[in-house]
Ligand binder design. Sequence first.
Ligand code: CUA
Length: 324
Amino acid sequence: MIPRLMLGAAVLLLPGCRQQHIQSAVHPAGPAAAEIAWLWWLMFFVLGAVSLLVFVLFAIAIRRRPPRDHRQPPLGERFIVIGGIVLPSIVLLVLLLFSVQSSGVLLLPERDLTIEITGHLWWWEVRYPEQEIHTANEIHIPVGRPVLLELTSADVIHSFWVPNLAGKLDMIPGQKNRLSLQADKPGIYRGQCAEYCGLQHALMALVVVALPPAEFDDWLAAKKRPVPEPANAQVEQGRRVFFAAACDNCHAVRGTKAAGRIGPDLTHIGSRVTLGAGILANNRGNLAGWIANPQPLKPGNRMPPSYLPAGDLLALVNYLETLE
Ligand code: CUA
C-alpha cells in the first residue's frame, strides 16, 4: 500500500520537475522578484507557524474537560493578553517593517533603458522611445541592466505582471505608473494581465526576452533597420494585398504609409515568437488562420475576419513573414 502511495505521489510531482518556471513568483530571476519571493517565504513560514499554533490550541480546547469549579476562569488573564494582543501585535509589526523595507528595494534607483507599455483589449503595445522602436506583446531587455517600465492603458484598467522579474502594477488610462525591473539571467519570462479586463483577460499574455547586453544591442540594431523591399513578385503582391484589404487602417509598418494604431505594430511581426498576445506560436499556418478569421481563436478581439481569396492570403502571409 505504502509503495503504491509513494508511486502515486511521485507521478503527481513529476510535472513539477519538468516545469521551466517561466511564470513563477517563487523562482525569481531579478532583484525585485527576489525581494518579493523572500518576503513571500517569510510570510509563508511565520503565518504557517501562527496557524499551526492556533490549530494546536484549538485541539487542546476541544479535548479539555470543563473545570469542576465554574467560578474559576479556564485560562488566566495573562494568557489572553499575551496570546491575543501582545503576540499578534509583535508578529504583525515585524512583518509590516519587512514589507516597508522591501517596497524601498523594489524601486531600483537608476535606469539604463525606458520602455513604454500600453495595455489594450487584449494585447500589449511596447515602445522604446529613445530608440524609436515600436512593437507588441514581446519585450526585449538587456540582462543585468535596470529597466524602467512606464505603464498606462488605452482603454480599461489592466495590470502588468511578469512574476519572475517583478511585482504586478496596474495600468490605468490617463496615468503613467512606473515599474523597475532587472533580469539577472538570460531567458524568456512569461507575463500575464493580472486585472480582469473583459472577455479575453485570460488570453492577454506577453513574454519578456532577457538577452546578454551584446545580443540586446544587436537586437536594437536589427529593429532599427528599415523594412526590406519585397524581394519577389509574390511578396510584392502581399504588400499590395495589405493595403488593398485596408490592414493599414489598424496596423502600422514603419517605412510604409501604414500608420494605424488600433492594432499591434507589424514592423517586426515576422520575428515575434507568438501571435495574438501569447496565444499561438508564430508560424505560417497560424498566421494565415489568424488573418482569415481571428474571432474563433480569440472571441471578441477587435480584428474582423478578412475574407481574402486563398492566393491573396498566401501572398499576404509571405509579405508579413519578411517583416522581421
Ligand atoms: Cu488586460 Cu486583464
